[in-house]
Design a protein around this ligand. Structure first.
Ligand SMILES: [Zn+2]
Length: 153
Protein backbone atom coordinates (compact mmCIF):
# COMPACT_ATOMS: atom_id res chain seq x y z
CA UNK A 1 0.00 0.00 0.00
CA UNK A 2 1.35 3.42 -0.87
CA UNK A 3 1.81 6.09 1.73
CA UNK A 4 -0.75 8.18 -0.15
CA UNK A 5 -3.37 5.54 0.56
CA UNK A 6 -2.31 5.47 4.20
CA UNK A 7 -2.69 9.19 4.36
CA UNK A 8 -6.13 9.14 2.75
CA UNK A 9 -7.27 6.32 5.02
CA UNK A 10 -6.00 8.14 8.12
CA UNK A 11 -7.71 11.32 6.96
CA UNK A 12 -11.09 9.66 6.56
CA UNK A 13 -10.76 7.78 9.84
CA UNK A 14 -9.99 11.03 11.64
CA UNK A 15 -12.93 12.69 9.93
CA UNK A 16 -15.29 9.84 10.86
CA UNK A 17 -14.02 9.93 14.41
CA UNK A 18 -14.58 13.68 14.61
CA UNK A 19 -18.12 13.38 13.23
CA UNK A 20 -18.90 10.58 15.63
CA UNK A 21 -17.54 12.46 18.59
CA UNK A 22 -19.54 15.60 17.71
CA UNK A 23 -22.73 13.53 17.67
CA UNK A 24 -21.69 11.98 21.00
CA UNK A 25 -20.96 15.40 22.47
CA UNK A 26 -24.39 16.68 21.45
CA UNK A 27 -25.99 13.68 23.11
CA UNK A 28 -23.85 14.20 26.19
CA UNK A 29 -24.46 17.95 26.43
CA UNK A 30 -28.16 18.07 25.54
CA UNK A 31 -29.37 14.55 26.29
CA UNK A 32 -30.86 14.43 22.82
CA UNK A 33 -29.65 13.10 19.48
CA UNK A 34 -29.86 14.93 16.14
CA UNK A 35 -31.86 12.31 14.23
CA UNK A 36 -34.92 13.50 12.32
CA UNK A 37 -37.69 10.92 12.01
CA UNK A 38 -40.13 10.75 9.12
CA UNK A 39 -42.93 8.16 8.93
CA UNK A 40 -41.46 6.54 12.07
CA UNK A 41 -38.14 6.00 10.35
CA UNK A 42 -34.88 7.91 10.78
CA UNK A 43 -34.66 10.20 7.73
CA UNK A 44 -31.40 12.05 8.41
CA UNK A 45 -29.35 13.66 11.15
CA UNK A 46 -28.78 17.34 11.73
CA UNK A 47 -25.21 18.59 11.53
CA UNK A 48 -23.82 17.90 15.01
CA UNK A 49 -20.79 20.16 14.53
CA UNK A 50 -23.12 23.03 13.72
CA UNK A 51 -25.28 22.26 16.76
CA UNK A 52 -22.16 22.60 18.91
CA UNK A 53 -20.80 25.63 17.05
CA UNK A 54 -24.08 27.51 17.32
CA UNK A 55 -24.39 26.48 20.99
CA UNK A 56 -27.98 25.36 20.64
CA UNK A 57 -29.94 24.44 23.72
CA UNK A 58 -32.13 21.36 23.93
CA UNK A 59 -35.35 23.21 23.12
CA UNK A 60 -33.81 24.66 19.96
CA UNK A 61 -32.52 21.23 18.93
CA UNK A 62 -35.95 19.69 19.51
CA UNK A 63 -37.62 22.52 17.61
CA UNK A 64 -35.25 22.00 14.67
CA UNK A 65 -35.93 18.28 14.58
CA UNK A 66 -39.68 18.80 14.49
CA UNK A 67 -39.35 21.58 11.91
CA UNK A 68 -37.35 19.23 9.67
CA UNK A 69 -39.96 16.51 10.16
CA UNK A 70 -42.69 19.04 9.35
CA UNK A 71 -40.88 20.05 6.17
CA UNK A 72 -40.69 16.42 5.06
CA UNK A 73 -44.47 16.12 5.57
CA UNK A 74 -45.07 19.10 3.30
CA UNK A 75 -42.66 17.61 0.76
CA UNK A 76 -44.80 14.44 0.78
CA UNK A 77 -47.95 16.49 0.24
CA UNK A 78 -46.25 18.23 -2.67
CA UNK A 79 -45.23 14.90 -4.19
CA UNK A 80 -48.86 13.83 -4.05
CA UNK A 81 -50.43 16.74 -5.95
CA UNK A 82 -50.00 18.59 -9.24
CA UNK A 83 -52.46 21.34 -8.38
CA UNK A 84 -50.43 24.57 -8.70
CA UNK A 85 -52.52 26.34 -6.05
CA UNK A 86 -51.87 23.59 -3.51
CA UNK A 87 -48.21 23.39 -4.48
CA UNK A 88 -47.85 27.14 -3.94
CA UNK A 89 -49.63 26.98 -0.58
CA UNK A 90 -47.42 24.11 0.62
CA UNK A 91 -44.28 25.86 -0.65
CA UNK A 92 -45.36 28.86 1.37
CA UNK A 93 -45.62 26.71 4.50
CA UNK A 94 -42.13 25.40 3.79
CA UNK A 95 -40.93 29.00 3.59
CA UNK A 96 -42.27 29.72 7.11
CA UNK A 97 -40.64 26.52 8.35
CA UNK A 98 -37.30 27.64 6.88
CA UNK A 99 -37.61 31.00 8.65
CA UNK A 100 -38.25 29.17 11.94
CA UNK A 101 -35.26 26.92 11.27
CA UNK A 102 -33.01 29.94 10.75
CA UNK A 103 -34.26 31.41 14.03
CA UNK A 104 -33.54 28.20 15.95
CA UNK A 105 -30.09 27.85 14.36
CA UNK A 106 -29.31 31.44 15.48
CA UNK A 107 -28.98 32.54 11.86
CA UNK A 108 -30.47 35.73 10.42
CA UNK A 109 -33.99 35.10 9.12
CA UNK A 110 -33.03 35.70 5.51
CA UNK A 111 -35.05 34.28 2.64
CA UNK A 112 -32.12 34.55 0.23
CA UNK A 113 -30.53 31.59 2.06
CA UNK A 114 -33.61 29.36 1.75
CA UNK A 115 -33.65 26.23 -0.44
CA UNK A 116 -36.90 27.40 -2.09
CA UNK A 117 -35.85 25.81 -5.44
CA UNK A 118 -35.46 22.37 -3.81
CA UNK A 119 -39.15 21.81 -3.05
CA UNK A 120 -40.83 18.94 -4.95
CA UNK A 121 -42.21 19.78 -8.42
CA UNK A 122 -40.13 22.95 -8.67
CA UNK A 123 -38.52 23.07 -12.12
CA UNK A 124 -36.36 26.14 -11.46
CA UNK A 125 -32.62 25.55 -12.11
CA UNK A 126 -30.94 24.12 -9.01
CA UNK A 127 -27.27 24.93 -9.55
CA UNK A 128 -27.90 28.47 -10.83
CA UNK A 129 -29.93 29.21 -7.72
CA UNK A 130 -27.48 27.51 -5.41
CA UNK A 131 -24.75 29.77 -6.84
CA UNK A 132 -26.93 32.80 -6.06
CA UNK A 133 -27.62 31.83 -2.47
CA UNK A 134 -27.39 34.83 -0.20
CA UNK A 135 -28.00 37.26 -3.06
CA UNK A 136 -31.33 38.76 -4.05
CA UNK A 137 -31.14 37.21 -7.52
CA UNK A 138 -33.22 34.19 -8.44
CA UNK A 139 -33.37 32.20 -11.65
CA UNK A 140 -36.99 31.24 -12.26
CA UNK A 141 -38.28 28.72 -14.78
CA UNK A 142 -41.38 30.48 -16.19
CA UNK A 143 -43.00 27.04 -16.47
CA UNK A 144 -42.41 26.14 -12.81
CA UNK A 145 -45.83 25.34 -11.30
CA UNK A 146 -44.76 27.00 -8.05
CA UNK A 147 -42.56 29.95 -8.96
CA UNK A 148 -43.25 30.56 -12.65
CA UNK A 149 -46.07 32.53 -14.20
CA UNK A 150 -46.81 29.80 -16.75
CA UNK A 151 -46.80 32.35 -19.57
CA UNK A 152 -43.42 32.00 -21.23
CA UNK A 153 -41.97 28.93 -22.89
ZN1 LIG B 1 -39.59 26.77 -9.00
Amino acid sequence: MSSDEDFVRAFFQAQQQRQKSDADRVKELLGEDTVVFHNNKPAYALNSSLVLKQQLDVSELRALKSLHAEKLKYFDLMEQTDDPEKLKAYANEVKFIEFEMQKNWHFPQDESFHDWYRVPKCTCPKLDNQDRKGSRFKVIDPQCPIHGDGLAF
